[in-house]
Design a binder for this molecule. Structure first.
Ligand code: AFP
Length: 363
Protein backbone atom coordinates (compact mmCIF):
# COMPACT_ATOMS: atom_id res chain seq x y z
CA UNK A 1 0.00 0.00 0.00
CA UNK A 2 1.49 3.33 -1.01
CA UNK A 3 2.03 5.76 1.83
CA UNK A 4 2.63 8.80 -0.33
CA UNK A 5 -1.02 9.86 -0.02
CA UNK A 6 -0.72 9.86 3.75
CA UNK A 7 1.33 12.34 5.71
CA UNK A 8 2.55 9.89 8.30
CA UNK A 9 3.76 11.18 11.62
CA UNK A 10 5.26 8.26 13.46
CA UNK A 11 4.71 8.15 17.18
CA UNK A 12 2.75 11.39 17.46
CA UNK A 13 -0.95 10.96 18.16
CA UNK A 14 -3.17 13.77 16.92
CA UNK A 15 -6.79 12.73 17.52
CA UNK A 16 -8.21 15.68 15.60
CA UNK A 17 -6.25 14.70 12.50
CA UNK A 18 -6.58 10.98 12.33
CA UNK A 19 -6.31 7.79 14.29
CA UNK A 20 -3.52 5.63 15.67
CA UNK A 21 -2.34 3.10 13.15
CA UNK A 22 -0.90 -0.38 13.64
CA UNK A 23 2.76 0.61 13.81
CA UNK A 24 2.24 3.88 15.68
CA UNK A 25 1.68 5.94 12.57
CA UNK A 26 -1.03 8.61 12.52
CA UNK A 27 -2.82 9.02 9.21
CA UNK A 28 -3.80 12.52 8.23
CA UNK A 29 -6.14 11.26 5.52
CA UNK A 30 -8.25 8.19 4.96
CA UNK A 31 -8.38 6.51 1.57
CA UNK A 32 -11.48 4.81 0.17
CA UNK A 33 -9.85 1.43 0.76
CA UNK A 34 -9.24 2.23 4.44
CA UNK A 35 -12.80 3.53 4.78
CA UNK A 36 -14.14 0.30 3.29
CA UNK A 37 -12.06 -1.72 5.76
CA UNK A 38 -13.55 0.38 8.59
CA UNK A 39 -17.06 -0.28 7.25
CA UNK A 40 -16.35 -4.03 7.12
CA UNK A 41 -15.06 -3.96 10.70
CA UNK A 42 -18.22 -2.12 11.72
CA UNK A 43 -20.32 -4.85 10.11
CA UNK A 44 -21.91 -2.39 7.66
CA UNK A 45 -20.71 -4.24 4.54
CA UNK A 46 -19.21 -7.61 3.66
CA UNK A 47 -15.99 -8.34 1.76
CA UNK A 48 -17.76 -8.89 -1.57
CA UNK A 49 -19.56 -5.53 -1.45
CA UNK A 50 -16.35 -3.81 -0.32
CA UNK A 51 -14.49 -5.21 -3.34
CA UNK A 52 -17.38 -4.28 -5.67
CA UNK A 53 -17.22 -0.64 -4.59
CA UNK A 54 -13.44 -0.61 -5.11
CA UNK A 55 -13.93 -1.97 -8.65
CA UNK A 56 -16.64 0.58 -9.47
CA UNK A 57 -14.53 3.44 -8.07
CA UNK A 58 -11.55 2.30 -10.14
CA UNK A 59 -13.74 2.16 -13.28
CA UNK A 60 -14.97 5.69 -12.55
CA UNK A 61 -11.34 6.86 -12.39
CA UNK A 62 -10.94 5.53 -15.93
CA UNK A 63 -14.12 7.35 -16.99
CA UNK A 64 -12.71 10.54 -15.43
CA UNK A 65 -9.54 10.17 -17.51
CA UNK A 66 -11.57 9.66 -20.70
CA UNK A 67 -13.90 12.58 -19.89
CA UNK A 68 -11.05 14.92 -19.00
CA UNK A 69 -9.37 14.34 -22.39
CA UNK A 70 -12.20 16.27 -24.08
CA UNK A 71 -11.59 17.04 -27.73
CA UNK A 72 -8.03 15.71 -27.50
CA UNK A 73 -9.30 12.21 -26.74
CA UNK A 74 -11.70 11.95 -29.65
CA UNK A 75 -14.48 11.28 -27.12
CA UNK A 76 -16.80 14.18 -27.90
CA UNK A 77 -19.85 14.15 -30.10
CA UNK A 78 -22.41 11.57 -31.07
CA UNK A 79 -21.69 7.84 -31.20
CA UNK A 80 -24.10 7.45 -34.11
CA UNK A 81 -26.14 4.92 -32.10
CA UNK A 82 -29.25 5.04 -29.90
CA UNK A 83 -30.10 3.49 -26.52
CA UNK A 84 -33.18 1.80 -25.08
CA UNK A 85 -34.46 5.22 -24.06
CA UNK A 86 -34.60 6.19 -27.75
CA UNK A 87 -31.88 8.75 -27.08
CA UNK A 88 -28.91 9.41 -29.38
CA UNK A 89 -25.83 8.15 -27.56
CA UNK A 90 -22.74 10.29 -27.08
CA UNK A 91 -19.38 8.60 -27.62
CA UNK A 92 -18.67 8.96 -23.89
CA UNK A 93 -21.99 7.29 -23.02
CA UNK A 94 -20.81 4.19 -24.88
CA UNK A 95 -17.20 4.39 -23.62
CA UNK A 96 -18.34 4.82 -19.99
CA UNK A 97 -20.77 1.93 -20.28
CA UNK A 98 -18.05 -0.34 -21.71
CA UNK A 99 -15.59 0.65 -18.97
CA UNK A 100 -18.08 -0.27 -16.23
CA UNK A 101 -19.08 -3.55 -17.90
CA UNK A 102 -15.48 -4.64 -18.52
CA UNK A 103 -14.34 -3.70 -15.00
CA UNK A 104 -17.17 -5.64 -13.37
CA UNK A 105 -17.17 -8.78 -15.54
CA UNK A 106 -14.34 -10.79 -13.93
CA UNK A 107 -14.27 -9.82 -10.24
CA UNK A 108 -16.78 -12.38 -8.94
CA UNK A 109 -18.89 -9.90 -6.95
CA UNK A 110 -21.78 -9.62 -9.39
CA UNK A 111 -24.50 -11.83 -10.80
CA UNK A 112 -25.40 -9.22 -13.46
CA UNK A 113 -25.35 -5.51 -14.37
CA UNK A 114 -28.10 -3.22 -15.69
CA UNK A 115 -27.48 0.09 -17.42
CA UNK A 116 -29.40 3.05 -18.77
CA UNK A 117 -27.64 2.29 -22.06
CA UNK A 118 -28.83 -1.32 -22.41
CA UNK A 119 -32.37 -2.71 -22.78
CA UNK A 120 -31.72 -5.93 -20.85
CA UNK A 121 -29.44 -6.85 -17.95
CA UNK A 122 -25.89 -7.90 -18.87
CA UNK A 123 -25.05 -11.34 -17.45
CA UNK A 124 -21.59 -12.09 -16.09
CA UNK A 125 -19.70 -14.12 -18.77
CA UNK A 126 -19.67 -17.86 -18.03
CA UNK A 127 -15.85 -17.99 -17.79
CA UNK A 128 -15.96 -15.77 -14.69
CA UNK A 129 -17.28 -16.53 -11.19
CA UNK A 130 -20.61 -15.01 -10.21
CA UNK A 131 -21.35 -13.12 -6.99
CA UNK A 132 -24.39 -12.19 -4.93
CA UNK A 133 -24.88 -8.59 -6.06
CA UNK A 134 -26.67 -6.74 -8.82
CA UNK A 135 -25.17 -3.47 -10.09
CA UNK A 136 -27.26 -0.82 -11.83
CA UNK A 137 -25.82 2.35 -13.30
CA UNK A 138 -26.27 5.40 -15.45
CA UNK A 139 -22.73 5.35 -16.84
CA UNK A 140 -22.68 8.99 -17.85
CA UNK A 141 -25.48 11.17 -16.56
CA UNK A 142 -25.86 14.61 -18.08
CA UNK A 143 -24.27 13.58 -21.35
CA UNK A 144 -25.94 16.45 -23.20
CA UNK A 145 -23.39 18.60 -21.33
CA UNK A 146 -20.25 16.73 -22.44
CA UNK A 147 -19.61 18.72 -25.61
CA UNK A 148 -19.92 22.04 -23.74
CA UNK A 149 -17.53 20.97 -20.97
CA UNK A 150 -20.04 21.07 -18.13
CA UNK A 151 -19.82 18.54 -15.27
CA UNK A 152 -21.24 15.08 -15.89
CA UNK A 153 -21.23 11.98 -13.70
CA UNK A 154 -21.81 8.29 -13.06
CA UNK A 155 -24.65 7.09 -10.80
CA UNK A 156 -24.77 3.53 -9.39
CA UNK A 157 -26.92 1.38 -7.14
CA UNK A 158 -26.21 -2.06 -5.62
CA UNK A 159 -28.91 -4.64 -4.86
CA UNK A 160 -28.69 -8.17 -3.50
CA UNK A 161 -29.24 -10.90 -6.08
CA UNK A 162 -32.21 -13.05 -4.98
CA UNK A 163 -31.07 -16.38 -3.50
CA UNK A 164 -30.70 -19.20 -5.99
CA UNK A 165 -30.73 -16.91 -9.04
CA UNK A 166 -27.61 -17.42 -11.16
CA UNK A 167 -28.91 -15.94 -14.42
CA UNK A 168 -30.73 -12.77 -13.21
CA UNK A 169 -33.42 -11.39 -15.48
CA UNK A 170 -34.93 -7.88 -15.41
CA UNK A 171 -37.56 -8.94 -12.87
CA UNK A 172 -34.85 -9.84 -10.35
CA UNK A 173 -33.70 -6.19 -10.39
CA UNK A 174 -37.20 -4.88 -9.60
CA UNK A 175 -36.60 -4.28 -5.88
CA UNK A 176 -37.73 -1.20 -3.95
CA UNK A 177 -35.11 1.46 -3.23
CA UNK A 178 -35.25 0.58 0.46
CA UNK A 179 -33.49 -2.74 -0.38
CA UNK A 180 -30.38 -1.03 -1.80
CA UNK A 181 -27.15 -2.19 -0.17
CA UNK A 182 -25.16 0.75 -1.52
CA UNK A 183 -25.60 3.80 -3.72
CA UNK A 184 -23.18 6.37 -5.05
CA UNK A 185 -22.24 8.82 -7.72
CA UNK A 186 -19.02 10.23 -9.13
CA UNK A 187 -19.13 13.79 -10.44
CA UNK A 188 -16.49 14.59 -13.08
CA UNK A 189 -16.06 18.27 -12.38
CA UNK A 190 -13.12 20.55 -11.50
CA UNK A 191 -12.46 17.77 -8.99
CA UNK A 192 -13.49 14.13 -9.39
CA UNK A 193 -15.65 13.39 -6.36
CA UNK A 194 -17.27 10.13 -5.18
CA UNK A 195 -20.26 10.29 -2.83
CA UNK A 196 -21.29 6.99 -1.26
CA UNK A 197 -23.70 5.46 1.23
CA UNK A 198 -24.19 1.98 2.66
CA UNK A 199 -27.12 3.11 4.79
CA UNK A 200 -24.87 4.38 7.59
CA UNK A 201 -24.47 8.02 6.58
CA UNK A 202 -23.40 9.69 3.34
CA UNK A 203 -19.70 10.27 2.77
CA UNK A 204 -17.60 12.12 0.18
CA UNK A 205 -14.23 11.17 -1.32
CA UNK A 206 -12.12 13.45 -3.52
CA UNK A 207 -9.74 11.97 -6.08
CA UNK A 208 -6.07 12.70 -5.39
CA UNK A 209 -4.97 12.64 -9.02
CA UNK A 210 -1.24 12.54 -8.18
CA UNK A 211 -1.68 9.30 -6.26
CA UNK A 212 -4.83 7.97 -7.92
CA UNK A 213 -6.68 7.42 -4.63
CA UNK A 214 -10.09 8.63 -3.52
CA UNK A 215 -9.49 10.37 -0.16
CA UNK A 216 -12.24 10.88 2.43
CA UNK A 217 -13.09 14.59 2.31
CA UNK A 218 -16.41 14.69 4.17
CA UNK A 219 -17.84 12.10 6.59
CA UNK A 220 -21.52 11.96 7.65
CA UNK A 221 -22.74 14.78 5.39
CA UNK A 222 -25.88 16.65 6.53
CA UNK A 223 -28.14 18.54 4.12
CA UNK A 224 -29.65 21.66 5.80
CA UNK A 225 -33.41 21.19 6.25
CA UNK A 226 -34.05 24.77 5.10
CA UNK A 227 -32.86 26.27 1.81
CA UNK A 228 -33.32 29.30 -0.43
CA UNK A 229 -32.06 27.59 -3.61
CA UNK A 230 -34.07 25.47 -6.03
CA UNK A 231 -33.23 23.61 -9.23
CA UNK A 232 -35.78 23.00 -11.97
CA UNK A 233 -35.98 23.33 -15.77
CA UNK A 234 -38.19 26.43 -15.93
CA UNK A 235 -38.77 26.03 -19.68
CA UNK A 236 -41.32 23.31 -18.86
CA UNK A 237 -43.32 25.58 -16.55
CA UNK A 238 -46.40 25.86 -18.78
CA UNK A 239 -46.66 22.03 -18.81
CA UNK A 240 -46.52 21.50 -15.04
CA UNK A 241 -49.39 20.29 -12.87
CA UNK A 242 -51.24 22.97 -10.89
CA UNK A 243 -49.60 22.26 -7.48
CA UNK A 244 -46.14 22.58 -9.09
CA UNK A 245 -47.15 25.87 -10.69
CA UNK A 246 -48.32 27.04 -7.25
CA UNK A 247 -45.19 25.91 -5.40
CA UNK A 248 -42.65 27.39 -7.85
CA UNK A 249 -44.80 30.54 -8.24
CA UNK A 250 -44.50 31.11 -4.48
CA UNK A 251 -40.70 30.74 -4.62
CA UNK A 252 -40.52 33.24 -7.50
CA UNK A 253 -42.72 35.69 -5.57
CA UNK A 254 -39.85 35.99 -3.08
CA UNK A 255 -40.01 38.03 0.09
CA UNK A 256 -43.15 39.87 -1.05
CA UNK A 257 -44.95 36.56 -1.56
CA UNK A 258 -46.35 33.88 0.75
CA UNK A 259 -42.90 32.42 1.50
CA UNK A 260 -41.65 35.84 2.69
CA UNK A 261 -38.11 35.19 1.46
CA UNK A 262 -36.19 35.41 -1.78
CA UNK A 263 -35.02 32.23 -3.52
CA UNK A 264 -32.16 31.62 -5.97
CA UNK A 265 -32.30 29.20 -8.91
CA UNK A 266 -29.72 26.86 -10.45
CA UNK A 267 -30.11 24.28 -13.26
CA UNK A 268 -27.08 22.40 -14.59
CA UNK A 269 -29.07 19.74 -16.48
CA UNK A 270 -26.74 17.12 -15.03
CA UNK A 271 -28.58 15.53 -12.13
CA UNK A 272 -25.27 14.49 -10.56
CA UNK A 273 -24.00 18.09 -10.55
CA UNK A 274 -27.28 19.50 -9.21
CA UNK A 275 -27.48 16.82 -6.51
CA UNK A 276 -23.82 17.35 -5.55
CA UNK A 277 -24.51 21.06 -5.02
CA UNK A 278 -27.41 20.10 -2.75
CA UNK A 279 -25.24 17.55 -0.89
CA UNK A 280 -22.66 20.31 -0.45
CA UNK A 281 -24.76 23.36 0.55
CA UNK A 282 -28.40 22.32 0.60
CA UNK A 283 -31.12 23.09 -1.93
CA UNK A 284 -33.99 21.31 -3.62
CA UNK A 285 -34.13 19.61 -7.04
CA UNK A 286 -37.27 18.96 -9.07
CA UNK A 287 -38.00 17.05 -12.22
CA UNK A 288 -41.81 16.98 -11.91
CA UNK A 289 -44.38 15.43 -14.16
CA UNK A 290 -45.39 17.64 -17.05
CA UNK A 291 -47.86 17.27 -19.92
CA UNK A 292 -45.04 16.36 -22.33
CA UNK A 293 -43.75 13.39 -20.32
CA UNK A 294 -46.82 12.37 -18.28
CA UNK A 295 -47.40 9.31 -20.50
CA UNK A 296 -43.85 8.09 -19.73
CA UNK A 297 -44.27 8.56 -15.96
CA UNK A 298 -41.57 11.22 -15.72
CA UNK A 299 -38.13 12.09 -17.08
CA UNK A 300 -35.69 10.48 -14.66
CA UNK A 301 -35.22 6.72 -14.28
CA UNK A 302 -36.17 5.11 -10.98
CA UNK A 303 -33.70 2.23 -10.75
CA UNK A 304 -30.40 3.94 -11.57
CA UNK A 305 -31.06 7.66 -11.04
CA UNK A 306 -33.91 8.36 -8.59
CA UNK A 307 -33.38 5.43 -6.18
CA UNK A 308 -29.60 5.81 -5.68
CA UNK A 309 -29.89 9.59 -5.35
CA UNK A 310 -32.80 9.19 -2.92
CA UNK A 311 -30.73 6.80 -0.75
CA UNK A 312 -27.77 9.20 -0.73
CA UNK A 313 -29.96 12.23 0.06
CA UNK A 314 -32.02 10.53 2.80
CA UNK A 315 -28.85 9.24 4.47
CA UNK A 316 -27.69 12.88 4.56
CA UNK A 317 -30.89 14.00 6.30
CA UNK A 318 -32.73 15.12 3.17
CA UNK A 319 -35.97 13.86 1.61
CA UNK A 320 -36.84 12.33 -1.77
CA UNK A 321 -40.38 11.91 -3.13
CA UNK A 322 -42.24 11.79 -6.43
CA UNK A 323 -44.40 14.66 -5.14
CA UNK A 324 -46.86 12.04 -3.94
CA UNK A 325 -44.85 9.22 -2.30
CA UNK A 326 -41.38 8.40 -0.99
CA UNK A 327 -39.23 7.35 -3.95
CA UNK A 328 -37.54 4.49 -2.11
CA UNK A 329 -40.92 2.91 -1.23
CA UNK A 330 -41.92 2.42 -4.89
CA UNK A 331 -42.22 -1.21 -5.99
CA UNK A 332 -40.63 -1.02 -9.47
CA UNK A 333 -42.63 -2.27 -12.47
CA UNK A 334 -39.88 -1.98 -15.08
CA UNK A 335 -36.08 -1.76 -15.31
CA UNK A 336 -36.24 1.59 -17.12
CA UNK A 337 -39.30 2.94 -15.30
CA UNK A 338 -39.42 6.74 -15.01
CA UNK A 339 -40.65 8.78 -12.02
CA UNK A 340 -40.99 12.43 -11.02
CA UNK A 341 -38.23 13.49 -8.60
CA UNK A 342 -38.40 15.99 -5.72
CA UNK A 343 -35.29 15.75 -3.55
CA UNK A 344 -33.03 17.74 -1.21
CA UNK A 345 -33.61 19.95 1.84
CA UNK A 346 -36.35 18.20 3.76
CA UNK A 347 -38.60 21.16 4.58
CA UNK A 348 -38.90 22.28 0.94
CA UNK A 349 -39.51 18.75 -0.34
CA UNK A 350 -42.22 18.44 2.31
CA UNK A 351 -43.94 21.70 1.23
CA UNK A 352 -43.92 20.79 -2.48
CA UNK A 353 -45.11 17.23 -1.73
CA UNK A 354 -47.87 18.52 0.57
CA UNK A 355 -49.18 20.79 -2.21
CA UNK A 356 -49.49 17.77 -4.55
CA UNK A 357 -51.10 15.47 -1.96
CA UNK A 358 -53.50 18.26 -0.95
CA UNK A 359 -54.44 18.92 -4.61
CA UNK A 360 -55.06 15.20 -5.20
CA UNK A 361 -57.25 15.01 -2.09
CA UNK A 362 -59.25 18.05 -3.27
CA UNK A 363 -59.68 16.48 -6.69
P1 AFP B 1 -28.92 13.42 -20.37
O1 AFP B 1 -28.06 12.36 -19.73
O2 AFP B 1 -29.68 12.93 -21.57
O3 AFP B 1 -28.20 14.70 -20.58
O4 AFP B 1 -30.09 13.72 -19.30
C1 AFP B 1 -29.67 14.20 -18.05
C2 AFP B 1 -30.87 14.08 -17.14
O5 AFP B 1 -31.32 12.75 -17.11
C3 AFP B 1 -30.51 14.56 -15.74
O6 AFP B 1 -29.18 14.38 -15.43
C4 AFP B 1 -30.85 16.03 -15.76
O7 AFP B 1 -31.22 16.53 -14.51
C5 AFP B 1 -32.02 16.07 -16.73
O8 AFP B 1 -31.89 14.94 -17.60
C6 AFP B 1 -31.98 17.31 -17.57
O9 AFP B 1 -33.19 17.32 -18.31
P2 AFP B 1 -33.45 18.57 -19.29
O10 AFP B 1 -32.50 18.38 -20.44
O11 AFP B 1 -34.90 18.42 -19.67
O12 AFP B 1 -33.17 19.81 -18.52
Amino acid sequence: MHWSSFELTSGRFSPDNGRPYACGYVMKSISLIQFLIEERRAGHINAELSLLIEVVARACKRIAVATNKGALGGVLGEAGTGNIQGEAQKKLDVISNEILLEANAWGGQLAACASEEMEDPQPIPDMYPKGNHLLLFDPLDGSSNIDVNISVGTIFSVLRCPDGITEPKAEHFLQAGTTQLAAGYVVYGPATVLVLTFGHGTHEFTLDREVGSFILSRRDIRIPEETAEFAINMSNQRHWEVPMQRYIGELLAGKDGPRAKDFNMRWVASMVADVHRIITRGGVFFYPLDAKIKSKGGKLRLMYEANPMAFIVEQAGGAATTGRERIMDIQPSGLHQRVPVFLGSKNEVDVATHYHVEADAAA
